[in-house]
Design a binder for this molecule. Sequence first.
Ligand SMILES: [Zn+2]
Ligand SMILES: [Zn+2]
Length: 446
Amino acid sequence: MKTVLVIVGEQAFRSRLTSGLKEHGWSILEAGDSDLALALTRRHQPDLIICDWQAPWSDIALSCRSLADQKETPSRRPILLAAGNGQIAEKMAALESGVDEYIAKPVDAEALGRMLSRLSANGHGNAEAKPRGGHGGGAETRLKFWGVRGSIPAPGPETAYYGGNTSCVEVRVGGDIIILDAGTGIRKLGVALVEEFQDRPINLNVLITHTHWDHIQGFPFFPPAYNLNNKVTIYGYEGARQGLQSTLSSQMESPYFPISMQQMPGTITIHELKEMNFRVGAIEVKAHFLNHPGICIGYRLFTPGGSISYLPDVELFQQLRTRWKAGAEPAPARVFDSVPEEDRTALDFIRGCEVLILDSQYDAGEYAQHSGWGHSCFEDAVTFAMQAGVRQLFLFHHDPEHTDEQISRMVACARERALRHHSPLVVEAAREGREVLLPAARALSV
Ligand SMILES: [Zn+2]
Ligand SMILES: [Zn+2]
């Protein structure tokens, strides 16, 4: 049985929390002061720490988690969950200080239960504590977001939490490293790879969905491409007018950039794909054309931890939404009674995947002003994911105008939408630095 340590001063609140947790089968330890909390942590190494996010309980909880961290292997790092007043500034501060999840008071027992299942399913809390050395073994799949923004980078204090870099996601299985898109997020990934591998050669595979700037603009600043020991293979499809090689290298031509792609010291190979099923290392990949201006591809990676679908730029239900303008939007189940072919094939493409990273640039109101621009609203992303039986949805390609606060509100609405339709779908907004572990045992959809 898993153990939870509840660090809360107020007796009534502590009792409410513990009774909710008992229903979910947790073994419970309670602490109303610092000495007891530290002693219980030392003795029992709890799997979860829940605290009241106000002084002094928040500080005590952080101390307990550090204590558990020193004693245990990183993979046993306990989840730290903060219960706070629900204000966005407090939530951001809590997450910034290392809290894994934040829940607003008064804590609803059902919401708490759902959150705990989600945290356990995601590989036990804060996966960022795992050591990196992931090359060379193990069937665990690791996914990390390096750039989550759409259209153009959006740095600044109001986007600091979710991040301002454009599309880039890293997926690792054993020794294979796949990078999905080369937006500006790829620069920091490159820095991390160089630091990790030091003098050892790096073999990387980059899958490009399409050649809009926000998906390729980081490549000229990708440090591994500047080392002659490294191999970078770029996969993608022909663009609207010219081949992939020409489109990618032209962004580095003078006068746009001082170094041409051919002058990069690493071995850069561009593999223009014709087939829709192929293999990268040990990973089987399927591709699918998406509704987006020009040529745009979605990828599905079949990993031992289940499949990961990456559809960063797609306009879902474009024809249907035009029809809905005249009347009310139907319930999600009814949407699929008359779904056009392009949406149905996209749905079949992602059906049953473990993780779906999906374009959710707008909300429905904003979408109405941007019909035909090639992007979806989060409401449709949730409907689409629910219908396809996806387990976990990451809202992606955040609008550059959206602040952290707006994105947090969109996630809350998206979760509420899934809940209203009794769907077990887990929804999060992708954020830079967020890492997801998919243990091999969960390989239901391979
Ligand atoms: Zn884009
Ligand atoms: Zn695009």
